[in-house]
Design a protein around this ligand. Structure first.
Ligand SMILES: [Zn+2]
Length: 613
């Protein structure tokens, strides 16, 4: 049993970068881990020995990279690349790269969702479905070891946060809302991916140098045309921090330097296949990737950039081959841009890896075109004739189309010549719903097959280029560990620097939480530290977060707005190097070590986060 546990879920890697504390049960089987070393204040002990041993077991080499570019084609199973390659008619940009495989399951599901998948890449720790860079809930898959007692809901430092502490520039470029699961896992810490209003508060306080994507509506209150129900206007934060805020591709193109928070749509960006028609003012993923690299590469300390082809996943959820191929081919152009830079630069690790498959896409289905030898044209021609996404086609059909109207729309939009004998059958499918019509069209007129409208549980391909690239079959957290290693970050030390519980490192701190500054303060006795339940309830989206934590130690009193990176002392406000966070499920407060130094009035320097060589 123990062997199979380790096989699926290497215990060192599982906990690496996550555990900071005093328990000797860090491995979950009551074994002391040894190698303790005292650093910092009070009772902080950091498992330096554990980190060093874990580093030895990492699949990458010891090489350090100046820059890391991580590119995630969300939901892209290997056959989606193959399909796109046939349509392109020549090699994809990933074809020239080296490959490894990545196991995708989350802590509590054989089939992952994007949140824990991206969290594993961001933090080097596997977490539960829907969780964004916080520790997994106690209940995990039957073959996995349970998490250590301090791990559930604990914020887990991300490689983006680590890169910032090393003085590197950071960037995010996506085609979804920047608060959607994949980008959120690099910039926010919450146990529910749908909690996008809170995610945006954290995102604007992360000081990421370049943020490109969609989701403008989450910056503004409903009274100003946005979607925020807390009345906050987060653009004031961005303006105060000197961000340029382009809203079109022309405005983005004109930017030559400085910090950028470019959201080009109220919600998600348009599907690539429809963008030139319905949203020509939006930049493509390739344009955003090139601009991000252009801006970030000027930093002499290097950079970390995460690029996501967000809508490959949605095309596969919809089982829409035209939407899919255009998304993969645009992602391929973004990869080409990044690979071109990485090859010239020579100090950049490029990793291209999906988070999971979606749709179960195959070349070959149960329809007539898949029988016998398959010519290239059988794959290519039907998809080349499709001029818009299926959802755009469906809109053109209106609510009650006739067989004649259906035939005309299929001819105009997807180049399908419907025989009169088939028109009534297709109309019957259309009356059942769009997904039935689409399934019938795929089966009859393409060679593309689908097995699900959801995600799939298979391994995904990791394509790599540059120094420090990993080999073999990796557990998903090892991708995050490789990135940390390439950047020279020790994830244990990073977590000990960014997220400490005040009372664990400085006994005697009084903590008071304020849920609503106008309302009654919610007194939170500092001694209270309930353990997480065996299977705690997941936080519903938008679970009420306290707005402030007031900390008192001796004569010192400070105020920490939660989910932000600032400390208020008297009428002074100072920016911190990381976020102050409260885990409502475990009632624990996490603050950067900087806050502890301030409270203790300690001149001691902050502990380093780099790996010892
Ligand atoms: Zn995904």
């Amino acid at each position: 049993m123990r062997r199979s546990r380790e096989f699926l879920f290497p215990r060192r890697n599982y906990l690496m970068g996550a555990y900071v504390g005093k328990s000797d049960r860090v491995l979950g089987w009551g074994k002391p881990m040894g190698g303790w070393k005292w650093i910092g204040l009070g009772a902080v002990m950091i498992a330096v020995g554990l980190a060093a041993r874990a580093a030895e077991n990492q699949p990458g080499g010891p090489t350090q990279s100046k820059n890391v570019i991580l590119m995630i084609p969300d939901g892209c199973a290997v056959e989606a690349y193959t399909l796109a390659r046939w349509i392109k008619g020549k090699e994809l940009a990933v074809d020239g790269l080296e490959v490894a495989l990545v196991k995708t399951h989350s802590a509590d599901s054989v089939i992952t969702d994007s949140a824990p998948a991206a969290s594993a890449y961001a933090t080097g720790v596997r977490t539960s479905n829907a969780f964004l860079s916080v520790g997994p809930q106690a209940k995990v898959l039957s073959l996995l070891a349970p998490p250590g007692e301090d791990l559930p809901y604990r914020p887990l430092a991300t490689v983006l946060e680590g890169a910032k502490l090393l003085g590197k520039s950071t960037g995010i470029a996506v085609t979804c809302r920047v608060t959607h699961a994949t980008p959120a896992a690099f910039m926010a810490h919450l146990p529910h991916r749908d909690d996008e209003q809170n995610i945006m508060i954290q995102v604007v306080h992360q000081n990421v140098d370049v943020v490109l994507g969609g989701g403008r509506e989450l910056l503004l209150p409903t009274s100003a045309g946005g979607k925020r129900t807390d009345g906050r206007d987060l653009t004031t934060v961005l303006k105060a921090r000197g961000y340029q805020m382009p809203e079109t591709r022309q405005q983005l193109a004109q930017i030559r330097s400085g910090k950028v928070f470019g959201l080009f749509a109220p919600g998600h960006l348009a599907p690539e296949i429809d963008r030139p028609t319905i949203a020509p003012e939006q930049p493509s993923l390739e344009e955003m990737t090139r601009k991000a690299i252009e801006l970030l590469k000027t930093d002499p300390d290097g950079f970390f950039l995460m690029v996501e082809g967000s809508q490959i996943d949605w095309a596969c959820h919809a089982n829409d081959p035209a939407y899919l191929v255009h998304e993969v081919l645009m992602f391929d152009r973004a990869v080409a841009a990044a690979a071109e830079f990485a090859r010239q630069d020579g100090q950049t690790l490029l990793m291209v890896v999906a988070d999971h498959g979606t749709g179960g896409v195959t070349i070959g289905n149960r329809g007539p075109l898949s029988k016998g030898n398959m010519p290239v044209e059988a794959v290519v021609e039907p998809i080349r004739r499709m001029k818009c996404s299926f959802s755009a086609l469906w809109k053109k059909l209106g609510s009650r189309p006739t067989a004649q109207q259906l035939s005309e729309v299929l001819q105009d939009s997807w180049g399908i010549e419907v025989k009169p004998s088939e028109a009534e059958e297709l109309l019957a499918e259309a009356r059942r719903g769009g997904e039935y019509l689409l399934a019938a069209l795929c089966q009859r007129y393409t060679v593309v097959g689908w097995t699900t409208h959801g995600h799939t549980g298979g391994d995904v391909v990791l394509f790599t280029l540059g120094p420090g690239k990993p080999k073999g079959v990796l557990a998903s957290p090892q991708v995050g560990q490789c990135i940390a290693q390439a950047l020279g970050i020790d994830l244990e030390k990073l977590n000990a620097r960014l997220f400490v519980e005040p009372n664990q490192v400085l006994p005697g701190v009084k903590v008071e939480l304020v849920f609503d500054p106008e309302g009654e303060p919610n007194l939170h006795p500092a001694a209270e530290k309930p353990l997480p339940k065996a299977n705690p309830e997941r936080s519903p989206p938008g679970a009420k977060q306290p707005r402030l934590a007031r900390l008192e130690y001796g004569q010192r009193r400070i105020q920490l707005p939660l989910q932000e990176n600032v400390v208020q002392r008297g009428d002074r406000t100072v920016e911190l190097e990381g976020l102050c966070l409260y885990a409502s499920q475990t009632k624990r407060l996490y603050v950067p070590m900087q806050v502890i130094r301030l409270l203790a009035d300690s001149p001691e320097p902050l502990p380093p986060i780099t790996r010892s060589r």
